[in-house]
Write a protein that binds this ligand. Structure first.
Ligand code: HEC
Ligand code: HEC
Length: 270
């Protein structure tokens, strides 16, 4: 290899490093004032409403009483609450649960079928396009292919061992006031919930990511009790999550086909 070829390789490596440094920009949702006028803006606004009033606006597709934003907090703009900022440019993406590359539409439908215990939307439906328009707008300032800081639900120490009996106590101390003694939540007087249910028929099914102890624990650690995220220890977050995720909830038959190529995580539900 001559000097020139070396130089090209070094520059390529530096370029790679620069791209890497860029892999996690801060999560900064765009200002509402940047929503354009015209049909595109109408679609963005419609998508935003579908995601925050989901059970009411998509009664055919939602089988429980949740809204997408009960978990993807504040319209999908909160770090460690699986934000949608930047999500537009990272799909299609490989998912080990599916064992293949999936599109953003397929990912939205995964949450409809599991987190919402419901049915997929047609890829060419107005509703799906409105949801995508909102997610695309949210991602306006994030380079294609790059995940923002705080994508997903954050990390929880995987070596900890969950204790559901202690979790029941944590639940009684820290969660029961809003989510109820039977995990039933508190209604909003309009057929939905002011405080969403954590188990029972109106909750997510057992194929949902939130039904996995460690995934739920990460969400809980950073976001619950609402307004006091970060106050529970990893162990308390894990214990309370072991408790509430394993209470009775709708069953997702399709979960037997998950992780078709292996790599099934230890907290996956059988
Ligand atoms: C009960 C909580 C919950 C609800 C409600 C919910 N989701 Fe999710 N969502 C999750 C979890 C958990 C994950 C991550 C799963 C994993 O990685 O194991 C996720 C992931 C996603 C992702 C991928 C995020 C990423 O960074 O790759 C998208 C997009 C998404 N959800 C869209 C939706 C939409 C649209 C709705 C409503 C139709 C919805 N979700 C409702 C819990 C929820
Ligand atoms: C002050 C009231 C309050 C307390 C206390 C509270 N939550 Fe929540 N929780 C909420 C609200 C409200 C939402 C929905 C947020 C939204 O829609 O913006 C929520 C959402 C959730 C969700 C996702 C949606 C669902 O229904 O599955 C989970 C899981 C959750 N909380 C678990 C917990 C756990 C575990 C505790 C105790 C450690 C707890 N919460 C304490 C108010 C509370």
């Amino acid at each position: 290899m001559n000097f020139r070829q070396h130089l090209v390789l070094i520059l390529a490596a530096l370029g790679g490093a620069a791209a890497h440094a860029q892999t996690a920009p801060e999560l900064k949702p765009p200002a509402d004032s940047s929503i354009p006028a015209g049909p595109k803006g109408v679609a963005i606004q419609a998508g935003k409403l579908l995601l925050s009033e989901t059970h009411q606006r998509l009664p055919v597709n939602v089988g429980n009483k949740l809204n997408c934003t009960n978990c993807h907090l504040a319209g999908g703009t909160v770090a460690q609450a699986s934000p949608w900022v930047g999500i537009w440019g990272v799909f299609p993406e490989y998912r080990s649960r599916s064992g293949k590359i999936i599109s953003l539409q397929e990912r939205v439908n995964d949450c409809l079928e599991r987190s919402m215990n419901g049915k997929a939307l047609a890829y060419n439906s107005d509703e799906m396009n409105n949801i995508l328009a909102y997610m695309q707008w949210l991602s306006s300032d994030v380079p294609t292919g790059v995940s923002v800081k705080g994508r997903g639900f954050g990390a929880i120490d995987q070596k900890l061992v969950p204790n559901g009996a202690h979790g029941k106590q944590v639940y009684a101390d820290k969660c029961v006031s809003c989510h109820g003694a039977a995990g039933e939540g508190v209604g909003n007087g309009a057929g939905g919930y002011a405080f969403p249910p954590l188990w029972g028929k109106d909750s997510f099914n057992d194929g949902a990511g939130m039904a996995r102890t460690f995934t739920a624990a990460a969400f809980v650690k950073y976001n619950m009790p609402l307004g006091q995220g970060g106050t529970l220890s990893d162990q308390d977050a894990l214990d309370v999550s072991e408790f509430f995720t394993h209470q009775p909830r709708p069953v997702y038959a399709g979960k037997a086909k998950d992780w078709p190529k292996g790599g099934k995580p230890k907290d996956a539900r059988n």
